[in-house]
Each structure stands twice: as structure tokens, then as C-alpha cells.
Design a protein around this ligand. Structure first.
Ligand code: UGA
Length: 499
């Protein structure tokens, strides 16, 4: 069956797409759209990034991305340019994927979005649909609309020689003819490390639209994916993204708080999470206790959401607590290390995993940054290993003879170590030979910050395994006396509990 059937008049021949801002959101989006058959130009003012892309090299590691880049450059469905203005002119649909970093006060810095909106205003050469995809606070799409109207009418007045008075309010001068464009909000839910997979199989596609035309175009663009589409207003779509990220952060901090209780009373947080997650009202995802959340999204988006709430008189205390719990994770982890080693100075410590999560080379807001900094300050000798993120880490913490060494394997990282710390749950670490690890170490102590290893198995391999939220029950704990397996009746509970 022809996948384009029924989407006339919006076919790839008639609708060119520009993706502005080619980062962790923009590049998977641009290449995913190209793979679906659309003609896509990726635009970014970073000329070095564009040069790499045109040479066929992905500027960052993301599973599946390099293959998509090679294929779509070769087919001509994707091209990259640092001439953002020409990309705007050449396309009908403009996805804005530029960064929205965090300001000191927690508010999102939207200056890059404003720059793009002004540029679009200068290059409105026919109907355009401007789609906001960066994570932004509510009403940003409306501001984009106002900015474009404001600057495009100023541009027209300049061209016709009329006096050019900029309006001080966001309200638009009703007398000048409105330029042809619509604004939409299409928040992304891509996870780093799974961005390509997420693009092709999203749980939902949220379209915040203000016109039937905008809605039809976006529906046509995503039609080949055959995934559920939710159509809302602009501001509601923006809120969905913010609320989703804040909720997921809250789930993580919740399980981390439960994890601390588990340690105190001698319970196992992994089993508690399993038991919780079997309730379909709760669900099993995002209940992994450990070092907490990092990355470019959750910490920043949570702050921005709190800021938005409080700016509008809504209490942000629930989310502030989520943040506070998350900040404490690294401290608690380091306390465990200090308890295990007593003195850290001059001890050799192996570190497994530097990226903020597996399958990415991204180290932004990664727990490893704080941990390496604290241990280096305490005078430990560090041996670091990560499958993908070492190059980026070296830019922050350069190699220092005998103090900070980058290693070529997990085994090399634990040679002569007094402890090895697991900070990121890369698959590669799941299959390390723990007996070999124990033999290589000076003191066989494994601190598992992500509960990746089975502590019993690690112990059998000769390692003392300290994990997160897996308390050791004392003989007086009720739990340790009442472990009778339920009959294996094939139920979900029996399967989950006795796996
Ligand atoms: C997150 C969201 O999951 C995406 O839906 C969203 O599109 C993206 O932010 C964004 O706003 O751009 P991402 O930051 O790439 O994606 O990664 P996640 O998989 O959500 O993990 C975030 C952090 O939470 C990581 O540090 C991870 O280690 C931690 N985490 C995750 C836990 O500590 N426990 C869990 O159970 C799950």
C-alpha cells in the first residue's frame, strides 16, 4: 500500500522540511523524517558540526544514528547547512530544535528561540508552519508567533519605506496584513540512547496546533509512523512535555527515597520496585533506584517547571523535594564509599561508567562529574573507563599521571584498585568476569550505584558488593523469617517474584 495515500496535498514533493538546531533532539528528528521519505535540510549555525555531518560523521554517539546519516545523505533525503536563513526560505515546515539552557534563576533561556523567530520573520517567503520542538515553558509558542508577526511587519515596513516603529507590547498591529504562517508545538519525548528507536515507535505524538492547516500538515508528516496522535492547543502541548518530565523525575526520586528506607529497615528496593510496578496504575518503568537522574533534560526541565509554577502562584514544593532528594544521591553514595574505605586519600579507585546514562557519550549533569571531582579533591588515584564518554570526560578532567588515568577496559580500570564504583549501567559491565575483577583488585570492594549486579553472585566471585537500597536484614527483622515461596501458579506475581 502507498504510505502517502490519502495525505494529498502534503506529499514529500510539495513539502520540504527544515530542522533548525541539530543537536540530540534535532538530528534524530531530521534523520527520522528523512528516513520516512521527507526531504529534510538540517540547519545549525555551528559550521564545524555541519562540516562533520556533510562528511558523513555523526557529531555525537547515539545508537542507529550513524546508519541513518549515511543512508539519508547518500539518498539525498537529508542535507545539512550552516546557512539557517536559506534553509528557512527553502522549506515549508520549520522544526525549531535549538537549545533552551538554564539561566541562574532556573528559568529557561529562550534567547536562541527568539533569534530563530526573528530570522524566520525576515525570510517569510510564502506559507510556513513553524513547529516548536525544544522543551519550553508554557506560552513560548505564542511568543514565537508574536515575535514573527512583530518582526515580519517591521521588515515589510522597512521594505516599503514606511516608518519603522517597534511595538512595545506583544500585541500585533492589526492593520498590517498578517504574514502567512502557523505555529505549532510538537514536543519530543526522545530519550538519549534510544532516540532513533523512540522516533520510529513513539508512545504518542502530541500536536499542539492553532489551525486546521497546521494540524493536517503535521498529521501527514507523521502518518507513516502509524502511532497514536493527540491533538491539543499550543499551550497544552507544551505543558504535557513539562509535566511528563517532572512526573518521571518524581518517580525516580520517589523510588530513591524508598531505597533509603529499604536500607534502614533491611529490605530490597529492587523487589519493592518490582512489586510496585506490577500495579498497572503505577507501571514498572522509571523505578530504578541508584544515583538519581542527570542529563540535559530532567534537572533543567524540573527547575524550569518549578519556576513556571511559582511565577504563576502555584506551590512548587513537591517538585523542590524531588530535586532535593536527587541532589543527595551522590552524597549518600560517597558516604558508602567512605564507610567502606575509611580513608580515601591515596586509595586507588576504579570508575565504571561516566555518561549520565548508558548508550550515550553525553556527560552533562552526570553523577560521574561530581564523584570524580570529590574523589580527586580527597586525593584518591582514579582509574576511569566508559565505552563512549571518555573523550568528553577528558575535556573536563584531563589525564594526570598517577592521579587520573583513562583506561581501555573495565579490567584495566580495576587493576590494583581498593574499590571499583559502577556509575552507569552499560551492558558491557553486565558481562564482566567478576572473578577476574576480584583478582585484579587490591581490595575487592564493588560499589554498585545502579544495582546492576546481583550482590550474591558478586560475593560468590569474591567481591564485597555494596549496592543501593538493598538493606541487610538483621535477625530481628520480620522479613528474614518469613520467606516462603508462593505456589508457582504461573501468575505474574509468582513469575516476577521468583525469577
Ligand atoms: C528524558 C525523557 O525520558 C524523554 O522522554 C525526554 O524526551 C527527554 O528527557 C527530553 O526532555 O529531551 P533522557 O534525559 O534522555 O530523556 O533520559 P532518561 O532515560 O529519561 O533518563 C534520565 C535520567 O534518569 C538518567 O540519568 C537515568 O540514569 C535516570 N534514571 C532513569 C534513573 O535514575 N532511574 C530510572 O528508573 C530511570
Amino acid at each position: 500500500m502507498d504510505i502517502w495515500e490519502g495525505i494529498e496535498p502534503y506529499t514529500p514533493e510539495k513539502l520540504r522540511i527544515a530542522v533548525i538546531g541539530i543537536g540530540h533532539v534535532g538530528l534524530p528528528t531530521a534523520l527520522g523524517l528523512a528516513e520516512l521519505g521527507w526531504d529534510v535540510v538540517g540547519a545549525d549555525e555551528d559550521a564545524e558540526k555541519i562540516r562533520q555531518l556533510n562528511e558523513g560523521r555523526s557529531p555525537f554517539f547515539e545508537p542507529g544514528l550513524q546508519t541513518l546519516l549515511t543512508r539519508n545523505l547518500a539518498s539525498g533525503k537529508f542535507s545539512a547547512t550552516s546557512d539557517v536563513a536559506s534553509a528557512i526560505q527553502a522549506a515549508t515546515v520549520l522544526f525549531i530544535c535549538v537549545g533552551t539552557p538554564q539561566r541562574e534563576d532556573g528559568e529557561a533561556d529562550l534567547s536562541q528561540i527568539e533569534v530563530i523567530a526573528r530570522l524566520i520573520a525576515q525570510h517569510l517567503n510564502g506559507y510556513k508552519l513553524i513547529v516548536e520542538k525544544s522543551t519550553v515553558p508554557a506560552v513560548t509558542s505564542l511568543w514565537i508567533k508574536r515575535t514573527i508577526m512583530r518582526f515580519s511587519s517591521a521588515q515589510r515596513r522597512t521594505e516599503t519605506g514606511e516608518p519603522n516603529q517597534m511595538m512595545s507590547s506583544p500585541e500585533v498591529n492589526q492593520e498590517s496584513p498578517a504574514p502567512e504562517f502557523d505555529v505549532a508545538s510538537n514536543p519530543e519525548f526522545l530519550q538519549e540512547g534510544k532516540a532513533v528507536e523512540n522516533f520510529f515507535r513513539p508512545d504518542r505524538i502530541v500536536l499542539g496546533v492553532e489551525s486546521a492547516r497546521g494540524q493536517e500538515i503535521l498529521k501527514a508528516i507523521y502518518k507513516p509512523l502509524k502511532r497514536p496522535i493527540l491533538v491539543t492547543g499550543l499551550t497544552t502541548a507544551e505543558l504535557i512535555k513539562h509535566a511528563a518530565n517532572a512526573f518521571l523525575s518524581m518517580k525516580i526520586s520517589y523510588i530513591n527515597m524508598v531505597s533509603d528506607i529499604c536500607e534502614a529497615v533491611g529490605a530490597d528496593v529492587s523487589m519493592v520496585a518490582l512489586g510496585l510496578g506490577l500495579d498497572p496504575r503505577i507501571g514498572p518503568d522509571f523505578l530504578s533506584a541508584g544515583l538519581g537522574f542527570g542529563g540535559y533534560c530532567f534537572p533543567k526541565d524540573l527547575k524550569a517547571f518549578i519556576h513556571l509554577a511559582e511565577k504563576h502562584g502555584v506551590q512548587g514544593s513537591l517538585l523542590r523535594e524531588v530535586e532535593r532528594i536527587n541532589h543527595q544521591r551522590v552524597e549518600r553514595f560517597l558516604e558508602k564509599l567512605h564507610k567502606a574505605l575509611w580513608i580515601v586519600q591515596d586509595k586507588t579507585i576504579g570508575i565504571w561508567g561516566l555518561s549520565f546514562k548508558p548508550n550515550t557519550d553525553d556527560i552533562r549533569e552526570a553523577p560521574s562529574l561530581k564523584i570524580v571531582e570529590a574523589l580527586a579533591r580527597d586525593g584518591a588515584r582514579l582509574r576511569l573507563y566508559d565505552p563512549e564518554a571518555m573523550q568528553r570526560m577528558q575535556q573536563v578532567f584531563p589525564e594526570q599521571p598517577d592521579k587520573l588515568t583513562y583506561c581501555s577496559s573495565p579490567y584495566q580500570a580495576c587493576e590494583g584498585a581498593d574499590a571499583v564504583l559502577l556509575l552507569t549501567e552499560w551492558d558491557e559491565f553486565r558481562t564482566v568476569d567478576l572473578q577476574r575483577v576480584a583478582k585484579l583488585m587490591e581490595l575487592p570492594i564493588l560499589l554498585d550505584g545502579r544495582n546492576l549486579f546481583d550482590p550474591e553472585e558478586a560475593r560468590r566471585a569474591g567481591l564485597e558488593c555494596i549496592s543501593m537500597g538493598r538493606g541487610i536484614a538483621t535477625p530481628t527483622d520480620l522479613e528474614s523469617t518469613a520467606v516462603t515461596p508462593p505456589p508457582d501458579d504461573g501468575s505474574e506475581y509468582a513469575k516476577a517474584a521468583w525469577r
